[in-house]
Design a protein around this ligand. Sequence first.
Ligand SMILES: [Zn+2]
Length: 322
Amino acid sequence: MNKITRSRAPLVLHNRKGSRKRAELNRNKLRVSRNEKLESGHFRVYKDPEVRELLEKNFLNKCCYCGTKVPLHVSHAHIEHFRPKTAVTTLTGKVKPGYYWLVAEWSNLLYACPLCNENKDTHFPVSDERQRKIEIEDILEEKELLVNISSRNYRFDDNYSYDFGCKESWISEAVVLEGKSEKGWKTISICKLSRPELNAKRMEIKQSVLKECSMFLEFLKLCEQAISKDNYLVKRRYCECAKDFLNKYFSKKSLELEHYSLRVKILEMAIIKDSKSLIKFNKVVEKESQAIKIYEEQEDEDVLTELNDMGVIDVIISNYEL
Ligand SMILES: [Zn+2]
């Protein structure tokens, strides 16, 4: 549920004169004017593999509603229409015509897991039904009550928060996703973002992140101890392991992690409060890096062999990979 940045629309969705997209829209316009019912077979352009591939890439293979990684298999990933194709269910359960003219519109296409996609179905609540568009019109006036992580002003913290329970016992308590805005609450309720499978997954992530956090804090201590001794090899190994952890969670690539927003919140609770250690660690690494560099230049294979024989490196590595 992190914000995503869209690349430019794929070629097949460009609205050029004579394009497949424009031809399909014109055919559907004609059907609507004749009061013919629109069916899913009338929409083909958005199903082009180019569209799916780019959505997968832009959404980092994660569901736009629940943040779960969608398996990289064509049948598992759903192209989600933010504004539904053929019919819309309002907040009061009324069914209105869908937004057929936005079916192949790049900004209306999202990437969702099958469960969220099925739950969302034809729901598309707006704050004022009088502003709902049912014909080809600009949708700017509509105030939708559903979270879109690809919209320009989306921020996780504006819409959602995680309740970790009581501060003293948060480590063992369940993680509950809550809304912070009407949009957030409606999205949680429509897409069933508090379903048992998701709650179990959140708990699993919390436990694994906490385990990594405690390993990391342990590494910080070991780094300091190693640094105080004059053993460059051990020193370097500890620093590398600790740096791997920081890279995993604080680099650009971190966004690819499943349920990243949740992981960050857990880190904030477990580690950021220990920010003094982090700052100290960074300073120590900086100060020592020069010494490590000098050591590497004159690295002696005998030392490596000796340490390997002692099993030191294996112990460190296996600890880290726990
Ligand atoms: Zn989902």
